[in-house]
Design a protein around this ligand. Structure first.
Ligand SMILES: *[C@@H]1O[C@H](CO)[C@@H](O)[C@H](O)[C@H]1NC(C)=O
Ligand SMILES: *[C@@H]1O[C@H](CO)[C@@H](O)[C@H](O)[C@H]1NC(C)=O
Ligand SMILES: *[C@@H]1O[C@H](CO)[C@@H](O)[C@H](O)[C@H]1NC(C)=O
Length: 223
């Protein structure tokens, strides 16, 4: 391949060939994925529609839990990653979404005592989340999950999977369970928009402003 002979390093050459093969396989493999994902994701969305009651009303006012700052994964993060990583594959973002939110759900469950009124709800939410993840994994060939991630994504991944006692103090954030689930929900609509788009309304679930109707000060993008 000419591009390979002209390039300075082997890694560029390798990258080029990986990208080429990705483009060839992507359309074929992606098509059935979305539709099979929709059933479990819609089931998950049904649970999520109860989140105000179970993640807010059942908790003390202003209750927060400690999470890793990378577990704050919002629409603004998605648009930033898309703009900073050229040719970023949607699948990579979807994998990251599952990685982030399985950790978030685990952390919420950990703070709930056995008999807390939100415990059965959260356990079911996590079960439904895992079902969706199972379908996600099954609907792609195993090799897809062994591909190297872009560096920026790999860095996020590494901090998410770091042993909790090795995470520096400065990386922890306080967040309310409700806000974490809001983030989960909004990013799910964005990353799996095929499952949530309605035919008559032109929605763009990935736009931050979609969720902040009329609240002007909030429209300023976060840095
Ligand atoms: C999620 O589920 C709720 C409750 O069933 C529904 O009202 C809402 O429209 C769903 N969201 C999307 C984006 O489909
Ligand atoms: C909850 O937080 C809000 C905003 O930070 C504050 O105004 C309010 O006093 C807090 N309420 C309680 C009960 O701590
Ligand atoms: C999302 O952006 C915030 C800053 O706005 C940052 O603290 C957080 O770590 C980012 N999350 C991810 C998953 O990169």
């Amino acid at each position: 391949m000419v591009a390979c002979r002209l390039s300075h390093t082997q890694s560029v050459c390798l990258l080029a060939s990986q990208l080429t093969s990705l483009f060839f396989i992507a359309p074929v493999l992606m098509a059935p994925t979305q539709s099979s994902m929709c059933t479990p994701l819609k089931t998950l969305n049904e649970s999520l529609s109860q989140r105000r009651r179970y993640m807010k009303h059942n908790f003390p006012i202003n209750y927060t839990i400690n999470v890793h700052n990378k577990e704050i994964f919002r629409l603004s993060n998605i648009s930033r990653l898309r703009s900073r990583i050229e040719g970023l594959n949607e699948l990579v973002l979807q994998r990251l979404w599952f990685q982030v939110y399985q950790g978030v759900l685990k952390k919420i469950i950990q703070v709930l005592p056995q008999r807390h009124p939100s415990r059965p709800y959260t356990a079911e939410l996590e079960r439904r989340f895992r079902d969706a993840e199972g379908v996600f994994v099954q609907s792609h060939p195993a090799e897809v999950f062994q591909e190297d991630l872009p560096n920026k994504i790999q860095d996020i991944w590494d901090s998410l999977t770091e042993e909790p006692d090795r995470v520096p103090e400065s990386s922890w954030r306080f967040a309310s369970p409700k806000s974490l689930l809001d983030n989960l929900c909004h990013t799910m609509y964005c990353l799996f928009s095929e499952c949530f788009a309605s035919a008559d309304v032109q929605e763009n679930y990935c736009e931050v402003s979609h969720w902040r109707k009329g609240r002007k000060k909030d429209l300023v993008p976060e840095s």
